[in-house]
Design a protein around this ligand. Structure first.
Ligand code: NDP
Length: 289
């Protein structure tokens, strides 16, 4: 029977520590400010933004919200990003995805200054992550790494399997695990013999977007199972990519949904904003021991 990883508790601890740090910075006259941009009227995005601004409030970070009309042109979006880039009082900028199809999200991410890119999607930060350099790391994979660290789960030398290769979860997840010396396999919809791969994994991260995709019979006894999935069911509840009931019988550690990785994503965003405000980002190598 697995130990249930309590992401809610770890995330609360992180927010408490950040609150202390932010209070200290305030005493020294430094006010932290975060700008979040949303384009159009996406109901899921609205919920995400509400959660982020609530967390900002708790930690003591000011949050400016920019809700842009879905018909805006690229120039208007880039002008706003450039204005925020130049403002010294803004420490972090986040563009909530998705944005309308007529806009180029890659160009928008490229335009956010790497030093304010608290979501870690600018190619400069993505490249630095690949090079093992200090950078802003996408919040969900860095939240997963934090959970593994908090529960003293060994990564070095382990067979880690990531299911899903999105730019926001799967690929940075692969890189984070590799930087900690795991042997990493990344799977996707064209992967053959998925079962052979998952059965051999010491650590599995499921980021597929399909409810109860990973079942207990697909994993090995004693494996660590991290469920990134958030799938909304018809009854309004949410469910992960892992069949929790069958997987928890075989895993040594497992994250629940909700209360696992989800709260960590927002906590790591807060952590990245504080890091951005401190100008802590440096070119130094992250040790890979
Ligand atoms: P995407 O839809 O962008 O990626 C899904 C990935 O799963 C793709 O790489 C796809 O492969 C792969 N996949 C689909 N079907 C299979 C299959 N049968 N076998 C193996 N791989 C498969 O999703 P995201 O990465 O954005 O999100 C994944 C999940 O995580 C979602 O449920 C999302 O809601 C959740 N999420 C949770 C967050 C959190 O804070 N906890 C944050 C972000 C996302 P291919 O590339 O070949 O299409």
């Amino acid at each position: 029977m697995a130990t249930i990883i309590n992401g809610k508790e770890v995330a609360q601890k992180i927010r408490n520590n950040l609150k202390e740090e932010v209070t200290e910075l305030k005493k020294n006259g430094k006010i932290l400010k975060f700008a979040v941009i949303m384009v159009g009227d996406n109901s899921a995005s609205k919920i995400y933004i509400k959660n982020k601004s609530k967390a900002c409030e708790e930690v003591g970070i000011d949050c400016e919200e920019y809700i842009l009309d879905s018909n805006i042109q690229m120039k208007e979006l880039l002008d706003l990003i450039n204005t925020l880039n130049e403002r010294e009082d803004i420490h972090g900028i986040l563009l909530q995805s998705p944005i309308p199809k007529h806009l180029d999200i890659d160009e928008a991410f490229r335009t956010i200054a790497p030093s304010k890119d608290v979501d870690g999607f600018n190619p400069v930060n993505v490249g630095k992550l690949c090079l093992g350099q200090d950078c802003f790391i996408a919040c969900t994979p860095s939240g997963v790494m934090k959970l593994l660290e908090e529960y003293n789960i060994e990564i070095e030398g382990k067979n880690a399997v990531v299911i899903g290769r999105s730019n926001i979860v799967g690929k940075p997840m692969l890189q984070c695990l590799l930087n900690k010396n795991a042997t990493v396999t990344i799977c996707h919809s064209k992967t053959k013999n998925l079962l052979d791969i998952t059965k051999n994994a010491d650590i599995i991260v499921a980021a597929v977007g399909k409810e109860k995709f990973l079942t207990g019979d697909m994993i090995k006894e004693g494996s660590v199972v991290i469920d990134v999935g958030i799938n909304r069911l018809q009854d309004g509840t949410i469910c992960g990519d892992v069949d929790f009931e069958s997987a928890k019988e075989k895993a040594s550690y497992i994250t629940p949904v909700p209360g696992g990785v989800g709260p960590m994503t927002v906590a790591m965003l807060m952590s990245n904003i504080v890091k951005a405000s401190n100008g802590r980002l440096s070119a130094k190598q992250v040790p890979s021991e």
